[in-house]
Design a protein around this ligand. Structure first.
Ligand code: ACM
Length: 685
């Protein structure tokens, strides 16, 4: 086990939570993360023996017994239940209470002379032990109490993107330990993507001899070199899991009651496959197609063969088949795809994607498993038994639920752990965004759902996409403490969640994890949001009407027509909905209400290349007294060096001493295809 005795001591020293014991007091269950649901405090305390504490399991379980002997409590088998310090009863399903009680529920009773655990499954008993271990990490003297605990959600997951950067097996085992401590129960492995195929498939050796390797480690270097793969050599960067590696990961996870879900991406994000086996792409040429060909039978033969090997290896009830961001670009031109669409009378490529997913789903179902897909699988019609993983907000998940499907919520704004967690200037380069701990914590996946809808809401998952995360320690830094927030939202009932108490526990838990060799974000020195965003600004155009000569799109409209003159400055990211974004040029006229003396015109733009947000090429300002005849005031050109990839806020401002009622701003978007243009305020003084 990776949690050492040293970490107990560290946590004793560090624990500063209200209601959490100081070193001189007793450990209380309100110091545990995720916070247990249903705590009754009793009088008295129980001191866990420093060494030689004993356990006995009625309804014996070899796996749990071996875990207890290895875990940080280092327990020994007692001769019988009555003599055990920790007595565990695993009751049959018939004899347990109903209601909110689930397979993962437990009752943990700490009395002055003994600890008793009851659960209906080994998983419940395992979680009781996790609670106990966190309490013992605070202090060996435990407050007497009865904890009746059940998870809020069945699915409490973390996603590991091992395609963009391969992570060694040892890294995954280490994270499984942390996940178990946090009562997280799903490890989603994103095993395949354009950046590398990461699992041995016997039938298709080029997937791991070629498509798992590249020369460049750094993401942008690899992109600059045209995203090429290479045959394995000593210089090659990458890797993959052998089937034995996977078996070891699965065994380790099973012991910790964590289900490992494999994701095999299709039809998009698949250029590593179409480069290794071009015969299943539309063009038939390597380095050409992003998607599998949906017209060729060979594609389905390939995928079924791959899925056969994956299903044989992973016992999970679900196979994740990706489904996100398929470009479908080649499908429009491909003779095979067109033929398929004609013969099946499919109206468009969305319906072709739906056919693709449907066919794969049927195959997976025949093999006794269910599919999960990202919310794009809704496009063109959702397949009959699919579960949707909602990442582009929550609408996709809610739609799936309303159609009677299950959904897992993982909306980017709250659950994407690749977004920076603090001020970007002090953080490592990231894909962009800003998702501080509080934002992750504040997400409540069931907030807008009825009880009937909630039955189809499986739970929550945190995703760490790893384009910009080459190092394992950097990955840990991104997970922790935000994974604590995912865990608490997944386990603790929403009405018991409270950020201030959570943050104090998170600080203690970070110290404990650091002592155990994990790298965590320095929560104690969090800088917070962009200072400018914390107060409103005042200027001549504040509250003035804005006319849009080019309409803004729906996606990032922020507060709509008032956004650019509301005095509200954006934070580190546009997902705070204070920044207005468009993939067009921006052409707006601010009406100051009357002719006024003005001295300055300016606007602030965001530049964040990860999410394809670029400051404008140039901005033109014009003024008018009557709204029909405009004078050109200034053209301000972009002076950000090409290739500059850190977050930047750039003011395009000019001094102008004159009179005007109307101020027109034309911002010319960056030349890149699909580049976003974001501004938060037009300032006139
Ligand atoms: C995704 O972030 N493309 C699922």
């Amino acid at each position: 086990m990776r949690f050492s005795l040293f970490s107990y001591i560290m946590l004793c020293i560090m624990c500063v939570c209200p209601g959490v014991a100081s070193a001189a007091e007793t450990a209380v269950p309100s110091g545990v993360t995720p916070l247990p649901n249903g705590i009754t405090i009793k009088s008295g305390e129980y001191t866990l023996p420093g060494s030689g504490a004993t356990f006995y399991i009625k309804g014996s379980s070899q796996t749990l017994a071996s875990y207890l002997q290895d875990c940080k409590l280092r327990l020994h088998q007692a001769a019988n239940y009555a003599k055990a310090d920790i007595g565990i009863v695993i009751k049959s399903k018939k004899s347990v209470p109903t209601g909110s009680y689930t397979d993962e529920s437990y009752t943990l009773s700490i009395a002055p002379r003994q600890i008793r655990i009851e659960a209906q499954t080994e998983a419940g008993a395992f979680y009781a032990i996790q609670t106990l271990m966190q309490m013992a990490a605070q202090q060996r003297r435990l407050q007497c109490c009865i904890i009746n605990d059940s998870p809020a959600y069945r699915w409490r997951g973390l996603m590991f993107d091992v395609s963009r950067h391969f992570r060694p097996k040892a890294f995954l085992l280490k994270q499984l330990d942390a996940m178990a401590m946090l009562k997280l129960n799903v490890m989603h492995l994103h095993l395949t993507d354009g950046a590398g195929w990461r699992i041995q498939i016997d039938k298709y050796p080029r997937l791991t001899e070629f498509a798992a390797w590249r020369r460049e480690r750094k993401w942008m270097d690899w992109v600059a070199q045209g995203k090429k793969y290479c045959d394995f050599s000593n210089e090659a960067y990458g890797g993959y899991y052998t089937k034995d590696d996977i078996r070891e990961i699965l065994a380790y996870a099973t012991k910790r009651h964590i289900t490992v879900i494999p994701e095999i991406e299709m039809p998009g994000h698949s250029e590593e496959v179409t480069s290794a086996y071009p015969e299943i792409s539309c063009s038939g040429k390597a380095y050409t197609d992003y998607d599998f060909c949906a017209g060729k039978e060979a594609t389905f033969t390939f995928l079924q063969n791959v899925l056969d090997e994956v299903i044989d290896l992973f016992p999970s009830p679900y196979i994740h088949i990706g489904g996100d961001e398929a470009s479908k670009g080649g499908w429009h031109k491909c003779a095979d795809c067109k033929k398929r669409m004609e013969s099946l009378q499919l109206k468009n490529v969305d319906e072709l994607q739906s056919y693709f997913i449907n066919r794969i789903e049927k195959y997976v179902n025949q093999r006794g498993r269910q599919i999960i897909g990202w919310d794009e699988i809704l496009e063109g019609g959702l397949t009959p038994n699919a579960t949707v993983m909602s990442w582009r907000g929550t609408d996709g998940g809610i739609k799936a639920i309303n159609d009677g499907h299950d959904a897992i919520m993982t909306p980017g704004e709250y659950c994407y752990l690749d977004y920076t967690q603090d001020a970007p200037f002090k953080e490592p380069l990231s894909i962009g965004g800003y998702t501080p701990l509080k934002q992750v914590y504040d997400y409540n996946p069931g907030a807008t759902l009825t009880d009937t809808q909630k039955r189809h809401l499986l739970g929550i998952q945190g995703n760490l996409w790893s384009e910009y995360i080459p190092d394992d320690s950097h990955a840990e830094y991104m997970y922790y403490p935000r994974a604590f927030a995912i865990a608490e939202t997944g386990w603790t009932n929403a009405n018991l969640k409270q950020y201030d108490s959570f943050k104090k526990r998170a600080l203690g838990l970070c110290e404990m994890m650091k002592a155990d060799g994990y790298k965590t974000f320095d929560l104690a020195h969090e800088y917070g949001n962009r200072p400018e965003s914390k107060t409103q600004i005042d200027h001549l155009a504040k509250g003035c009407k804005v006319k849009y000569n080019i309409p803004y799109g729906d996606k990032w409209k922020a507060a709509g027509d008032v956004t650019l003159t509301d005095g509200i400055v954006g934070g580190w990211t546009y997902t705070d909905r204070r920044w207005q974004g468009t993939t067009d040029n921006m052409d707006v006229v601010v009406d100051l209400g009357a002719v006024k003396d003005i001295h300055y015109i300016g606007a602030n733009f965001m530049h964040s290349t990860g999410p394809w947000v670029y400051a404008p090429e140039k901005v033109d300002y014009y003024v008018s007294e009557d709204g029909s005849k405009y004078d050109h005031v200034a053209t301000i050109h972009c002076d950000i060096p090409e290739g500059y990839d850190a977050l930047l806020f750039k003011i395009y401002g000019t001094v102008y001493n004159g009179k005007a009622r109307y101020v027109r701003m034309v911002a010319h978007k960056n030349y890149r295809d699909g580049a976003w243009l974001f501004t938060d305020e037009i300032i006139v003084n």
